[in-house]
Design a protein around this ligand. Structure first.
Ligand SMILES: *Cc1c(COP(=O)(O)O)cnc(C)c1O
Length: 382
């Protein structure tokens, strides 16, 4: 079955008890056993719940993995992967990185004796140079947040594949979504998602997932972590994510169409100094994006010539674009990057990533394209 058919049918057979067409929400903490050890597959909801199982099944299918594990947030999912490492082991992470990932690695990871090198991986030889005998994990975000840098997953997997023992390659696929990018086919071991974003798709749920390429020892460790550490999503949150996945493909096509129009509009506006959108031919890795992804996504980042003052003015004057952190919902959002999404990084770390005092990030929603552009036009004018 193709993507859109799987999104509606995998893990979503009519409920055997009632023939309900839509999967039930099972808000139960425990399951009554016929006798100790005799179960129908479930005995306690931290360890397993049927609504979560449905979500994990459809997510694994859509992301082309052997299995998926759902977590209470994207951050909890990321920590499950980082926690595969032991004290003294080493991570190499890409430079254009979600602020929370930077914080998780350099603060929480460091607290547990895990060291991290942040490396600009646009040139894969820089990854090669950063690998040490202690490197166990290579963390790649593409498109990156907030600069929308594209990294060549297959080339990076090639570099890692020459090492023994081979470090894990984990790709944060939140921006691209399973619909536009298949990191596991390109050589990654894990694809992680903040399902809070496009997968939930309606800004009404916080969640995360790890999708694994193989059901190997690392999967067993991740699955053990999921129940032993216990950052699991509620059955209702799982149900919302299953519902979100049903329309992911339809929404992503609309997000992409509107984002392309917004990017072109901004690129032609005199108040804007640069626009980063992988779909623009001016994007430095446009050809790579075209090769690696089946669509360019819904995120657009730009810089205003007027710096902080102009950026603050823009994000407070839009009427349709809501001034908010987060992304990937049906409604358009706009964020002032230095203060709202990457505030916990030092100024020089932001500068190294390419973030300027005028950097604004837009999550382009599925409203009418003309209304979105008119909104930006009036806000930029003032
Ligand atoms: C939001 C986000 C995360 C963190 O996910 P939460 O659900 O907020 O914990 C990780 N990576 C990327 C790219 C994100 O946008």
């Amino acid at each position: 079955m193709k993507f859109q058919t799987r999104a509606l049918h995998i893990g979503q057979e009519p409920d055997p008890a009632t023939r309900a067409t839509v999967i039930p929400i099972h808000p139960t903490s425990t399951f009554t056993l016929e006798a100790p050890g005799v179960t129908k597959g479930y005995h306690y909801s931290r360890i397993g719940n049927p609504t979560r199982a449905a979500l994990e099944e459809v997510l694994a299918s859509l992301q082309g993995g052997a299995a998926a594990l759902s977590f209470a947030s994207g951050t909890a999912a990321m920590w499950a992967v980082v926690a595969l490492l032991k004290p003294g082991e080493h991570v190499v992470a890409s430079l254009d990185l979600y602020g929370g990932t930077h914080q998780l690695l350099t603060k929480v990871g460091a607290h547990h004796g895990i060291t991290t090198a942040i490396v600009d991986m646009r040139d894969p030889s820089r990854l090669e140079a950063a690998l040490t005998p202690a490197t166990r994990l290579v963390w790649v975000e593409t498109p990156g947040n907030p600069m929308l840098t594209i990294l060549d997953i297959a080339a990076l997997a090639g570099v890692i594949g020459r090492r023994s023992p081979k470090p894990y390659l984990c790709v944060d696929n939140t921006f691209a979504t399973p619909y536009f990018q298949d990191p596991l086919a390109l050589g990654a071991d894990f694809a992680v998602h903040s399902t809070t974003k496009y997968i939930g798709g309606h800004s009404d749920v916080v969640g995360g997932a790890v999708v694994v390429k193989a059901k190997d020892a690392a999967y067993d460790a991740l699955k053990f972590h999921q129940s032993a550490v216990g950052a699991v999503p509620s059955p209702f949150d799982c149900w919302l994510q299953v519902r979100g996945l049903k329309t992911l493909a339809v929404r992503m096509r609309e997000h992409e169409r509107n984002a392309g129009a917004v990017a072109s509009f901004l690129a032609g506006h005199p108040a804007v100094s640069w626009v980063s959108y992988p779909g623009l031919t001016s994007h430095p890795q446009h050809d790579l994006a075209k090769r690696q992804m089946t669509g360019f996504g819904g995120m657009v980042t730009c810089d205003l010539k007027g710096g902080e003052k102009a950026a603050m003015s823009l994000v407070t004057r839009t009427r349709i674009f809501g001034c908010a952190t987060s992304l990937g919902g049906v409604e358009s959002l706009i964020a002032y990057v230095p203060v709202m999404t990457h505030f916990h990084m030092a100024e020089e770390e932001r500068a190294r990533q390419g973030i300027t005092p005028g950097t604004v990030r837009l999550s382009v929603g599925i409203e009418d394209e003309d209304d979105l552009i008119a909104d930006l036009e009036q806000a930029l004018k003032s």
